[in-house]
Design a binder for this molecule. Structure first.
Ligand code: SAM
Ligand code: DTB
Ligand code: SF4
Length: 329
């Protein structure tokens, strides 16, 4: 360790709900200032990681997540599709890399991974994405310990599995699996040596306390999840949450700033819901500590801002896309 370097603030794993609610409810500019100060201690302030999402298996999911257009329990505009083939996924990843993304995340509308040809295809997709020099992430539902090891052996960098909300609120949005199931999968991911991507959604009818409790659960994991996606609900016709009022962008800024303060070394990703945010609101989210965006015209099934508009926004703000990490070997 170079003695001339200033020490970074210590990471904490003992946050309490009341402490986090108090932080979250600070006057907005105090909160953003604290978040931005910590952000600058741990990250380059002008760099944004661009990530691209691809749904490799869309729709027909047996789970009943109330927000999700891919659940088979609801009549949403999303049609069930057969799994994409490996070559077309690699071709999408190559296009994403050419556009400037450094991380490629493949999603499947599964409750859990089942070993067999579909999982073998995912392993080939992961190998192909790694051969392109991209960070590879998957989100495939629940995973066993041995499946996590198989993904790690294929080269997977990160696994996304969101807590979505507090343990208390969780049961009102999903009944087909438990919070403990979610935490168990995160544990399998961690033990296999894959980095953890876990965050949640705001705007589902939860309270500030629920939001704080979710962040406390994430921040009290040791180590912190390396990646924390913060989604604003995208209400989709046919789902039980279709009529939720839009999320106030200031609430999204508060959530991002609080996540940044609790998990200062992690990537905080401004995720779903960006299509309905102004440029200024998105910049405020970045000021509050968001340092990653999903880039490309579609998330998994819902719209995302045009890539050209995002490129212009970053240029106008003097931000730069994070360069790819140097490749091992
Ligand atoms: N089936 C896997 C799972 O649930 O873990 C992976 C895919 S799932 C679509 C990934 C995440 O997307 C969910 O955990 C949820 O946080 C987010 N998500 C899904 N639908 C959303 C919506 N309408 N608005 C915001 N976020 C959403
Ligand atoms: C996450 O937290 N947000 C992304 C990623 N992880 C997989 C997904 C957002 C999905 C939004 C709804 C859709 O497009 O289907
Ligand atoms: Fe299935 Fe994931 Fe959608 Fe839940 S969020 S219904 S598990 S695809």
């Amino acid at each position: 360790m170079d003695a001339a370097l200033p020490e970074l603030p210590a990471l904490r794993h003992d946050w309490t709900t009341s402490e986090v609610v108090a932080l979250h409810d600070l006057p907005l500019l105090d909160l953003v200032h604290r978040a931005q100060t910590l952000h600058r201690a741990f990250h380059p302030p002008d760099a944004i990681q661009l990530c691209t999402l691809l749904s490799v298996k869309t729709g027909g999911c047996p789970e009943d997540c109330s927000y999700c257009p891919q659940s088979s329990k609801y009549e949403s505009p999303v049609e069930t599709e057969k799994m994409l083939d490996v070559e077309s996924v690699i071709a999408s990843a190559r296009r994403a890399r050419e556009a400037g993304s450094t991380r490629f995340c493949m999603g499947a509308a599964w409750r859990e991974v089942k070993e067999g040809p579909a999982f073998d295809k995912v392993l080939s997709m992961v190998r192909g994405v790694k051969d392109l020099g991209l960070e590879a992430c998957c989100t495939l539902g629940m995973l066993s310990e041995s499946q996590a090891v198989a993904l790690k052996d294929a080269g997977l960098d990160a696994y996304n599995h969101n807590l979505d909300s507090s343990k208390e609120f969780y049961g009102t949005i999903i009944t087909t699996r438990s919070y403990e199931d979610r935490l168990r999968t995160l544990d399998h991911v961690r033990k296999a040596g894959i980095t953890v991507c876990s965050g949640g959604i705001i705007g589902m009818g939860e309270t500030t306390r629920d939001r704080a409790r979710m962040l406390v659960t994430l921040a009290n994991l040791q180590p912190h999840p390396e990646s924390v996606p913060i989604n604003a609900l995208v209400p989709v016709e046919g789902t039980p949450l279709a009529d939720r009022p839009p999320v106030d962008p200031i609430e999204l800024v508060r959530m991002i700033a609080t996540a940044r303060i609790l998990m200062p070394a992690s990537m905080v990703r401004l995720s779903a819901g960006r299509a309905s945010l102004s440029r200024e609101a998105q910049l405020l989210c970045m000021m509050a500590g968001a340092n990653s965006l999903f880039y490309g015209d579609k998330l998994l099934t819902t719209p995302n801002p045009d890539a050209d508009d995002d490129a212009r926004l970053l240029r106008d703000a003097g931000m730069r896309p994070l360069a790819p990490a140097p490749r091992a070997g």
